[in-house]
Design a protein around this ligand. Structure first.
Ligand SMILES: [Zn+2]
Length: 181
């Protein structure tokens, strides 16, 4: 960034000089390090903002590092609300249901190998374990892949999707416990 001529020059630590002429590389690095971001400087010029690292008040800061803890600072843009709470709740809900069905499938495969039987021929095993595992796994995959699209939905719809995910898991566990006794 070009230094503004009307602004006071930021003091830069002098590089250690052993031979009289300073190394151009060290000097360039020192200037880069000490030059404050113009936006950052404007942002904290006349208002109180604590250093995110040590809490030191950065008002009127003239360098791009905190004078107290020496941490480099930068100005960033963030979302007002990340909108990921409902998405995470939905993912968790589906993961519990899909995870349970997959775990039961694994258990059945293990017992099938142990006793040389094929439990997957039974209709109730297909309907209560295999189908829920496939369906909930597909839902989980779809939700994971559409995080950006999900964020754009209205809040009631996002909450509705999250609740539906948990209801699917609840239905999955309920049907399982009724059929498999
Ligand atoms: Zn600090």
């Amino acid at each position: 960034m070009e230094p503004n001529a009307s602004e006071p020059v930021v003091p830069v630590a002098e590089p250690v000089q052993s031979t009289g002429a300073a190394s151009p590389l060290i000097q360039a690095t020192a200037i880069q390090h000490g030059t404050p971001d113009a936006h950052l400087r404007a942002f904290i010029a006349n208002s109180d903002h604590p250093c995110p690292n040590c809490g030191y008040n950065l008002r009127g800061l003239r360098a791009s590092a905190c004078p107290e803890c020496n941490q480099e600072l930068r100005l960033t843009i963030g979302l007002v609300e990340p909108k990921l709470g409902a998405w995470l709740a939905g993912v968790l809900g589906l993961a519990v249901g899909a995870g349970f069905s997959l775990m039961m499938m694994g258990y059945l495969m293990f017992t099938a190998m142990l006793w040389a039987t094929n439990p997957f021929q039974q209709a109730d095993v297909i309907f209560v374990i295999v189908l829920p595992a496939v369906f909930m796994g597909a839902c989980l995959l779809a939700l994971l892949r559409n995080r950006g699209r999900f964020r754009k939905l209205a809040l009631p719809i996002r909450i509705g999707v999250a609740v539906t995910c948990w209801l699917l898991t609840l239905a999955n566990l309920t049907v399982f416990s009724i059929v498999i006794r």
